[in-house]
Design a protein around this ligand. Structure first.
Ligand code: ADP
Ligand code: MG
Length: 636
């Protein structure tokens, strides 16, 4: 037996660690490369601790040793060494920290700090399992460590990651820890310099100590989100944005905040200037980067913002998030939930600010991302009302299709007698302006929201009301504004004799003719020029929405409607007169069918033209006869 062998002590791992090692070598992490992240994180912890120590003991021994992490790799022997000049460990500490799971060294350290110091120190990791991830790639690991404490001898720990570990005294001059990783045969890629560098770029780029790989600095970018705002240049913010968004854009706005209560975290959120979803790209799903004290945990964490803010890029850093959190446990993590709700509030508040103080910028934002933000009205019950305030619409009060009006502006200028908010849905502004539903609103000078985004109507019906004013589609049968619009506005002097009776008779004929195509036929008090229109009974979605439903469900039938007839319309008056003559019945029925289908077409409902075209041709033939005075005179 050699001298060394005699001194070697052997230890059994705690039962929990044996279990853990077993799990680690199988399932905990999907990407084995994270072992490096964990080792760097531990090194960074140890350096953070010594930095903290130096704050209270400025003249400590070894104060001249630079605080850094060195990584060396030897491809031939498959040995990867991660060295730090951190706090190191005494023999007892090794046994306690690396041999036992329940006692995380970091946790103890944090527990011993004063409340104030806890806030200042950058301590990562609270669960104490990260180190063992190295056994996913290693068949042997050696820890050579020397404590910063005066006169403590250095020790070497080694294990193959099964049941036992061994401790030996060792020669080591400098304070700190070297983790010597003997890579498994199939894991030798981790000795490639480029591979190591790219892992560092991916996970540890923002570690606040230099990481040197084979003598070269591998982490360049500082964690600007942890810096005071005043120290960060505009340029740095933009550079960082480019880095995390992978674009060359300049962001539309950004939000750099740190929260203290109820949880401590810092974040920088960016709103891009372009919405790639509108360019036909698939749904954005980049998520936010989640850090725990500058160590990247997840680069696309979608749990931190709701879907309707999916366009936001950014970084969130909280020391309260355990490094080894898995995607599955995100769901149950209360800290994540709390951060999410704070982040949402922050974004909404910023948008409110913009809308109030930088109207133009807000409108630019709205044109890009409004269609995504709107989804929140539907899905975020808590912030529904605030989000409703942020919505913008084109309305009848706008000069052209580019105008944007908020519901608040609309509500504020409602007429005293107006009780409801009205909207019309169609593909574009021109179509809406030609809509018969708009006639009464024009006449009464009442503003109407023009909805051209297919989702708008779902959204507004989800909202139901704004500032207690019901939001209603203009094609609904019983609108409040129609209540006082009685027949008084009809100038009866120009009507044919006995028109009252004739009109009633005509309504009856139309009812019979369209019996299986409409719910009812009524006199209209909303039309000014058009002869007729189709309206929906209360609670039925507008045709526009029904058409959307039909697009996804081909069995869906557009619901029947109520046909409204304008008694002031000249053609209707003529039709009523013809209707008194039984000889014209076949012609009248054709005209009624055509009137109905015209109204359908006006609503954008397309249907089989095979019945309509012959009918139109017949009607035109009758017209030619009438013009030439041949056959029966039908034009009165
Ligand atoms: P955690 O970092 O969450 O505490 P780990 O399993 O990663 O859990 O590490 C366990 C403990 O081992 C650490 O808390 C620390 O006390 C000790 N340790 C690991 N690596 C080092 C290191 N490079 N320098 C000093 N101590 C270390
Ligand atoms: Mg750790």
């Amino acid at each position: 037996m050699t001298e060394k062998m005699k001194k070697e002590e052997s230890f059994e791992f705690q039962a929990e660690i044996k279990k853990l090692l077993n799990i680690l070598s199988h399932s905990l992490y999907t990407h084995k490369e994270v072992f490096l992240r964990e080792l760097i994180s531990n090194a960074s912890d140890a350096l953070t601790k010594i930095r903290h120590y130096s704050l209270t003991n400025p003249d400590y021994e070894g104060k001249d040793i630079p605080l850094e992490i060195n990584i060396d790799a030897d491809e031939k022997s498959r040995i990867l060494t991660i060295s730090d000049t951190g706090i190191g460990m005494t023999k007892d500490e090794i046994i306690q920290n690396v041999g036992t799971i329940a006692k995380s060294g970091s946790l103890e350290f944090i527990a011993n700090l004063s409340e104030q110091a806890k806030k200042d120190s950058n301590i990562i990791g609270q669960f104490g399992v990260g180190f063992y991830s190295v056994f996913m790639v290693a068949d042997e690991v050696r820890i050579r460590t020397k404590s910063y404490k005066k006169d403590e001898p250095a020790f070497e720990w080694h294990s193959d990651g099964t049941g036992k570990y061994f401790l030996n005294p060792v020669e080591k001059e400098k304070r700190g820890t070297d983790i010597v990783v003997h890579l498994k045969d199939e894991e030798k890629e981790y000795t490639e310099k480029f591979r190591i560098q790219s892992i560092i770029k991916k996970y540890s780029n923002f570690v606040s100590f230099p990481i040197m790989v084979c003598g070269e600095r591998a982490n360049q970018i500082t964690a600007i989100w942890k810096e005071p705002k005043k120290d960060i240049k505009e340029e740095q913010y933009n550079e960082f944005y480019k880095f995390i968004s992978n674009t060359e854009d300049t962001p539309l706005f950004r939000l750099h905040t740190s929260a203290e209560a109820p949880i401590q975290f810092s974040s920088i959120l960016y709103c891009p200037s372009t919405n790639y979803e509108t360019y036909g790209f698939k749904k954005l799903e980049h998520g936010l980067q989640l850090y725990s004290n500058k160590i990247l945990i997840q680069s696309d964490c979608k749990m931190l913002l709701p879907e309707y803010l999916r366009f936001i890029h950014g970084v969130v850093d909280s020391a309260d998030i355990p490094l080894n959190i898995s995607r599955e446990t995100f769901q149950d993590n209360m800290i994540i939930h709390k951060m999410k709700s704070i982040l949402v509030k922050q974004v909404i508040t910023l948008l409110q600010d913009l809308a109030k103080n930088e109207k133009e910028k807000y409108e630019t934002f709205w044109r890009q991302f409004g269609r995504i933000l709107k989804e929140g009205v539907h899905f975020d019950f808590e912030n529904k009302d605030t989000l409703a305030q942020l919505m913008r619409f084109n309305t009848s009060a706008c000069k052209d299709a580019s105008g944007l009006i908020s519901l608040k502006e609309y509500a504020d200028r409602m007429k005293p007698e107006q009780k409801e908010i009205y909207y019309i849905t169609a593909v574009n502004r021109e179509t809406i302006e030609k809509s018969p539903y708009l006639e009464i609103f024009r006449k009464k000078d009442i503003e109407v929201l023009y909805l051209t985004d297919p989702n708008d109507e779902f959204l507004l019906s989800g909202l139901g009301e704004f500032e207690k004013k019901p939001i209603r589609s203009a094609d609904q049968a019983n609108l409040d504004l129609l209540k006082d619009t009685d027949k008084k506005i009809v100038d009866t002097s120009e009507e044919p004799q006995n028109y009252e009776e004739m009109f009633k008779h005509l309504l009856k004929t139309i009812r019979v003719t369209l019996a299986d195509r409409v719910i009812d036929v009524k006199e209209s008090n909303r039309l000014v020029d058009s002869p007729c229109c189709l309206v929906n009974p209360d609670g039925v979605p507008s045709v526009h929405v029904q058409k959307l439903i039909q697009m996804v469900d081909s069995n869906y039938k557009i619901s029947k409607k109520i046909m409204e007839i304008n008694r002031k319309n000249r053609m209707i008056q003529n039709l009523a007169r013809m209707n008194e003559n039984p000889g014209y019945q076949p012609l009248i029925e054709k005209m009624i069918q055509q009137l109905f289908e015209n109204a359908l077409m006006q609503d954008g409902v397309v249907f089989d033209p095979t019945a309509m075209v012959p009918r139109l041709n017949e009607l035109m033939e009758e017209l030619t006869k009438a013009v030439l005075g041949e056959g029966k005179r039908i034009i009165v």
